[in-house]
Ligand binder design. Sequence first.
Ligand SMILES: Nc1ncnc2c1ncn2[C@@H]1O[C@H](COP(=O)(O)OP(=O)(O)OP(=O)(O)O)[C@@H](O)[C@H]1O
Length: 272
Amino acid sequence: MKDMLTPYVTEDGRQIGETLMDMRNITLRFGGVEAIKDISFNIQEGEIRAIIGPNGAGKSSMLNVISGFYNPQEGEVWFRGKKRPPMKPFQVARLGIARTFQNIALFEGMSVLDNVMTGRLNHMNAGLFSQALWKGRAEREETENREAVERVIDFLEIQAIRKTPVGRLPYGLKKRVELARALAAEPKLLLLDEPMAGMNVEEKEDMSRFILDVNDEFGTTIALIEHDMGVVMDLSDRVIVMDYGRKIGDGTPDEVRNNQEVIDAYLGVAHD
Ligand SMILES: Nc1ncnc2c1ncn2[C@@H]1O[C@H](COP(=O)(O)OP(=O)(O)OP(=O)(O)O)[C@@H](O)[C@H]1O
């Protein structure tokens, strides 16, 4: 296997950079349940990195550790060359990590535009007091936020529904709006929790295209959990396979496909 810790160029010519996120010996427990058992892996700048595994393997728990929803009992989280102390999710978001959720978490009564705008909250620094003191700065910030939101709305081709309340949209479009909101934050690392869940074939194709375009055009590094194996193998540069809280495989889609332990886990071979 090639040394993935150094920058490399993918088969489709994308430049992958240095390590962006480094998870070192992570263990996460819920009471007596070890959801993550001593797992290490890295995510390199520009990569599309998938986490797969059977139900209950610990995938969501891992995404929740990355996004600060859970702080692991053991191990270290390194981001952009610095060890990250235990943090709250909003602090992690400020570092440049945005996410979408398995069950869509949008404001159903609000328009698409307003929902996407909430993705800019981390960029809104001018409080009421400073707005009064430095009106110019607050106005500049407002313009920047509007422009960032409009860019994302154009990019994800949701201009036509920008005024529509999210509650009236079909499922596939809601998922796209959620992606838009995460992207509006201009994250360094984008976490997608089952972006294709519940979608039909056409919606999955659209979502795959948008994920690839986001990665290609914005250079956003992406980590995703996804159950659709075809999608995972097509989209990802490298795949981590979890089973019962352990990491049983890590490598390119081909390496993972040919890993006997991974094959056994998916075929349901009994554990000792
Ligand atoms: N908040 C929690 N409290 C207690 N146990 C939990 C909690 N969250 C997850 N677990 C347990 O941790 C283990 C891993 O769960 P997790 O949801 O991370 O798996 P998963 O691979 O994402 O599963 P799925 O594919 O079904 O979403 C499971 O045994 C689960 O019951």
